[in-house]
Design a protein around this ligand. Sequence first.
Ligand SMILES: NC(=O)c1ccc[n+]([C@@H]2O[C@H](COP(=O)([O-])OP(=O)(O)OC[C@H]3O[C@@H](n4cnc5c(N)ncnc54)[C@H](OP(=O)(O)O)[C@@H]3O)[C@@H](O)[C@H]2O)c1
Length: 261
Amino acid sequence: MKNKKLTEYQHLFGLIGFPISHSFSKKYFSNKFLNEGINNCLYELFPLRDISELPYLIEDFPNLTGLNVTLPYKELVIPYLDEIEESVKEIGAVNTIKIESGKLTGYNTDAFGFEESLFQFLNENQIKSINKALVLGTGGASKAVKYVLKKLEISYFMVSRDAEKGDFTYDDLTANLIAECQLIINTTPLGMAPKMDSFPKLKYDLLDSNHFLYDLVYNPEKTVFLAKGEKQGCSIINGLPMLYLQAEKAWELWNSIVDKK
Ligand SMILES: NC(=O)c1ccc[n+]([C@@H]2O[C@H](COP(=O)([O-])OP(=O)(O)OC[C@H]3O[C@@H](n4cnc5c(N)ncnc54)[C@H](OP(=O)(O)O)[C@@H]3O)[C@@H](O)[C@H]2O)c1
């Protein structure tokens, strides 16, 4: 069984990106297939040097049923898809592709993962009590976060190192603004292993027990950003619940095809 070729599995799944150094998804889906006795499926890594290689990958593996997409292709992959889910039109980024009878459909399950994890973190009254949110960083992940905040009617400000890209730079954040924004979401990679001692440049002494800190970073489980907030009495959540929820949502999308065949 171990030497089975990739094309011999009924359903092949994988991750496209470049470079792909470590992958949560490969570990997650390989364990899932093993633990749940799903023997007709395999999850592999497909580092593509250029997104223009995607059609050749699809051609080489007619059994490809689903793909996850990571940096730097979450936006660049869109022109290669036959259809995109409604939310992708607004978010502008794809992290999951379903391949059914040769047709490629793009989804963003990060948005689902963020929304569901926010509901696990905060109850309805807490969500209603939020006046405004601060979103730190303006990269790919911030787009799914913005989409969900808009959907939940939570108004937000974007914080960037670059005055052109956000509403504020880190140096612009006044005490009044920090008091007004009870929800602060880190979508930057600051604090992520191996550079675990880095953190967003905030005046942490202005935070108190009215603040909710959400860090999309999941490794380590408690970043310096979260630890500093916790010390001030803030409620905190890391990126692990979102990570699992986005993967489960991808499986839900793919599983509908696996069942049919
Ligand atoms: N938990 C989950 O399920 C989940 C899902 C997706 C992503 N993530 C995590 O979220 C993080 C961001 O992912 P991404 O794909 O959005 O990455 P990205 O596009 O590379 O970067 C995000 C943004 O962070 C800011 N930034 C980057 N380096 C910085 C630095 N040294 N100092 C201050 N700001 C910096 C930049 O915004 P400005 O230029 O505007 O400052 C950048 O656009 C990663 O750690 C990733 O692992 C987690």
